[in-house]
Design a protein around this ligand. Structure first.
Ligand SMILES: NC(=O)c1ccc[n+]([C@@H]2O[C@H](COP(=O)([O-])OP(=O)(O)OC[C@H]3O[C@@H](n4cnc5c(N)ncnc54)[C@H](OP(=O)(O)O)[C@@H]3O)[C@@H](O)[C@H]2O)c1
Length: 340
């Protein structure tokens, strides 16, 4: 198996990464541990989480930290810290909200130096590890200068708490701004970006036109989330048929049910049928065919689901199949765009 370098770093990752947002939400601890066991047995190493994951659906609030705690107990029980690449995130709100007169502020969120240092300490405790491999900024904080954020993240690297830093949900100009600030001030630099990206993701054209070009030029690793559109691309959602059992079914009908996406799914199913592949493998292989792609981050609620997904790491689509998928999803570069 060819592991891939994460951006321009020395970190080698399996081409499929495991997301853990469902841990403590739609997967209990025993299942979550079994999924991570199967992932590592299948060659996987990059496990992605976030401080804010995840049981808001159950309780209506977000105490956060549950997924990190489950991963921490698993790593401790298996004694496999060196084998895995642990990625987590900071930015979202954790815990209580404090009122100050008419203004309500979150004390425990954002990308200030104060919160980043505390959030990292908390994540290390929940994960029960000495260091985080990839510490990612979950999304932009408009209230804080990027220099403050990068300086705080650099401190964490120098203290040995974090090995590499990355970002998520950044636009191209925000990514460029951060790279420029790192260069100018000698801060640690983002090695990766985590965008929402799949063949049915409406913002994918923006990604392909803008962000992907930054990533190729500056060798930033791309580890997209929701590569199966939260399950839509697994083939279990069917036009004019009852919804399958899933905590995400309503989200999928709201976000994904339209004619364009059904047409894309039909093409995915056709290629999967011709090649005797699982539809999810076709959706992942389409991503892995992109020159700037490192490793899509999949979610799995069971070992059975994961075993449908991992073989995608070695599936190669023909150029005709990639073109057919690009065409049905409306992606055709104009001459000018190709020349840019
Ligand atoms: N940076 C960010 O802002 C951000 C945002 C969201 C997620 N993420 C990260 O990305 C990870 C993946 O996101 P995601 O869960 O949306 O990814 P996804 O891979 O698009 O969707 C995963 C879901 O698809 C369904 N599924 C997977 N394999 C299946 C199979 N073989 N058969 C049938 N259904 C299957 C499962 O849902 P059901 O069983 O419930 O149907 C599973 O939870 C998260 O865990 C998290 O680490 C990051």
């Amino acid at each position: 198996m060819n592991y891939r370098k994460l951006g321009n770093s020395g970190l080698q990752v399996f081409p499929i990464a495991l997301g853990t947002m469902q841990f403590g939400w739609s997967a209990d601890e025993a299942t979550s541990h079994a999924v991570m066991d199967a992932f590592v047995e299948g060659g996987g190493n990059l496990i992605d989480t976030a401080d804010i994951y995840t049981n808001w659906a159950e309780s209506g609030t977000n105490p956060g930290g549950v997924s990190e705690e489950m991963i921490g107990r698993w790593v401790k029980a298996r004694g496999n810290r060196d084998q895995v690449v642990l990625a987590t995130k900071v930015r979202g709100a954790m815990g209580a909200r404090f009122s100050q007169g008419r203004n309500t502020i979150y004390q425990r969120e954002g990308l200030s130096r104060k919160w980043i240092m505390k959030a990292c300490e908390d994540s290390l405790k929940r994960l029960q590890v000495d260091y985080i491999d990839l510490y990612q900024v979950h999304w932009v904080d408009n209230q804080v200068p990027i220099e403050e954020t990068l300086s705080a993240l650099s401190n964490l690297v120098h203290k040995g708490y974090v090995r590499y830093i990355g970002c998520s949900n950044f636009s191209a100009w925000r990514l460029m701004q951060a790279l420029w600030a790192s260069d100018k001030h000698g801060y640690e630099s983002f090695i990766s970006i985590q965008p929402e990206y799949s063949i049915v993701q409406p913002t994918r054209f923006n990604f392909e036109h803008e962000i992907a070009r930054v990533c190729e030029t500056y060798q930033i690793g791309v580890i997209p989330y929701s590569p199966l559109a939260a399950g839509f691309l697994t083939g279990k959602y069917k036009r004019d048929q009852p919804l399958p059992e899933s905590v995400r079914a309503q989200e999928i009908t709201n976000r994904r049910y339209n004619d364009q996406n059904w047409n894309i799914l039909d093409k995915v199913l056709e290629i999967a049928g011709n090649r005797n592949l699982h539809p999810a493998q076709v959706a992942l292989a389409w991503l892995l065919a992109k020159p700037y792609m490192t490793a899509p981050i999949v979610g799995a609620n069971s070992v059975a689901q994961l075993s449908d997904l991992l073989p995608a790491a070695t599936v190669k689509l023909s150029s005709e199949e990639v073109t057919a998928l690009d065409t049905v999803s409306g992606w055709q570069l104009s001459r000018t765009e190709r020349e840019v």
